[in-house]
Ligand binder design. Structure first.
Ligand SMILES: [Zn+2]
Length: 176
C-alpha cells in the first residue's frame, strides 16, 4: 500500500515538473509577443491609440460581422422610421418593433453636393421597400457615374478615434 502511494506521488511530481516547464515556455512566448507588439506601436504616429472598441456614428447602424441598419417599424402599418417616434407618421400607431433593413438596394434619387472641401453624392436608396437617406461612397461624384436604379450595398467606414481610442463607424452605400 505504502509502495503504491509513493509511486503515485512520484508520478505526480514528474507531471508537475512538466507543467511548470510548459508554463515557463508559454510565459516566454507571451513576453516575446508583447515586446513585438510594443515595438510596432511605437513606430506609429502619436495621438489616441486604438482601444479595439467601435461605436456606430448613428444609433440605427448595428455593427458586427455583417453590419446592418435597424429601423423602427410601425406594428399596425409596417411603415419604417430611423428616428425615434412617439407615433407613426402614416397611421398614428404608437407601437413599434425593431426591423432589420436589407443591406442591398437601388438608388431612387440623388444629388451631387458640391459644397465643402470635396463633392459628394447624397442619395435615397430603396432597400426592399425601406427608404434610406445616405451618401454614396466608392463612386465618382459625377452624373456620368451615378445613375438612378443603380444597385448599391451597405458599407461602413471609420470616421476617426475619440480621445479614448474608440473608433466611430459611419455607413454609406457603395456600388454593388
Ligand atoms: Zn403606422
Amino acid at each position: 500500500m505504502a509502495k503504491a502511494t509513493s509511486k503515485s506521488a512520484k508520478k505526480k511530481s514528474k507531471a508537475d515538473a512538466k507543467k511548470t516547464k510548459n508554463a515557463k515556455n508559454a510565459k516566454n512566448a507571451k513576453n516575446t509577443k508583447k515586446t513585438k507588439k510594443k515595438a510596432g506601436a511605437a513606430t506609429k504616429a502619436s495621438g489616441p491609440k486604438r482601444n479595439g472598441k467601435q461605436i456606430p456614428f448613428v444609433d440605427y447602424l448595428v455593427l458586427g460581422k455583417t453590419p446592418y441598419l435597424r429601423a423602427n417599424e410601425c406594428k399596425s402599418c409596417a411603415a419604417r422610421f430611423f428616428d425615434r417616434r412617439n407615433a407613426c407618421a402614416s397611421c398614428s400607431g404608437t407601437e413599434f418593433k425593431r426591423a432589420r433593413v436589407k443591406n442591398r438596394g437601388i438608388v431612387t434619387s440623388f444629388s451631387i453636393v458640391a459644397m465643402g472641401p470635396q463633392p459628394y453624392v447624397s442619395a435615397i436608396v430603396d432597400c426592399d421597400g425601406t427608404s434610406v437617406r445616405t451618401t454614396l461612397i466608392g463612386v465618382e461624384p459625377t452624373p456620368e457615374k451615378v445613375t438612378l436604379g443603380m444597385p448599391v450595398k451597405l458599407a461602413t467606414y471609420p470616421m476617426g478615434l475619440d480621445t479614448e481610442g474608440t473608433e466611430a463607424i459611419a455607413f454609406g452605400f457603395a456600388p454593388a
